[in-house]
Design a binder for this molecule. Structure first.
Ligand SMILES: [Zn+2]
Ligand SMILES: [Zn+2]
Length: 232
């Protein structure tokens, strides 16, 4: 199911994970690709905008995890669009790997979800050689402008995107299942908290996440207030 978050930003809800379409009259950018089964649903959402797969100009993966890169190869083939991601996670996906050694968050829900997750060796995707490497501060001149911010801690090569200086596409720095919480797993937990505090300083009104619901309006204050409760 896809729904408009704000004009030009469509959330493609894929159950436990989201992908996003950022669009204007000229172009469509896909952000994240769900699991392996989700590719056709993302293309259906593109068609529902009245666009064709060939109209997609860029596919961005916010990080290498399998629920964000599962259909990356499929979407690249189907659209012919280049794939862009941070070099640290591009390295993983180029070999079909999606995850590094990690630890679950401290709470029970994190430990429960992580216990259900496949071991790293099985969390593999069809390898994709990214065409464009995105580092901190990179500017993408499509759909009114997407600014790249490196957001490590959950994954070393995670990025978030600030769109039109007003919308945060927040990947997995925070999840929003009814209330905000940190991701369930970390490569470096304290670095992930530093990342949240740093990203909360950016100017945005609306925030969307890899998991859970968008916050439309006053999102910066909601996230910044919540971030004050995070441990160091
Ligand atoms: Zn993740
Ligand atoms: Zn995720």
């Amino acid at each position: 199911m896809s729904s408009l978050v704000v004009p030009g930003l469509t959330r493609v809800s894929l159950g436990m994970v989201n992908a996003y379409l950022v669009h204007d009259k000229e172009s469509v950018v896909i952000v994240d690709s769900g699991l392996k089964v989700h590719g056709p649903r993302i293309l259906r959402a593109v068609r529902r905008l009245g666009r064709q797969p060939e109209d997609v100009q860029l596919i961005i993966a916010t990080h290498a995890h399998i629920d964000h890169t599962g259909s990356l190869a499929f979407l690249k083939r189907s659209t012919g669009a280049p794939v862009a991601m941070h070099p640290a996670d591009a390295e993983l996906v180029a070999s079909g790997a999606t995850i590094r050694p990690w630890t679950p968050g401290r709470d029970r829900l994190s430990r429960f979800i992580c216990a259900l997750s496949p071991p790293a060796g099985r969390a593999r995707v069809e390898p994709v050689l990214p065409d464009t490497l995105l580092t901190d501060g990179a500017q993408i001149d499509l759909t009114g402008g997407l600014r790249v911010h490196h957001a490590p801690g959950h994954s070393a090569g995670q990025i978030v995107l600030l769109w039109r200086e007003s919308v945060l596409i927040g990947a997995d720095i925070v999840t929003n299942w009814g209330h905000l919480r940190p991701p369930v797993l970390f490569e470096e937990e304290s670095l992930a908290y530093d990342t949240i505090r740093r990203i909360a300083l950016l100017p945005f009104e609306t925030a969307v996440f890899g998991h859970g619901r968008p916050i439309v309006g006053a999102a910066k204050r909601v996230i910044a207030d919540w971030a004050e409760s995070l441990p160091d």
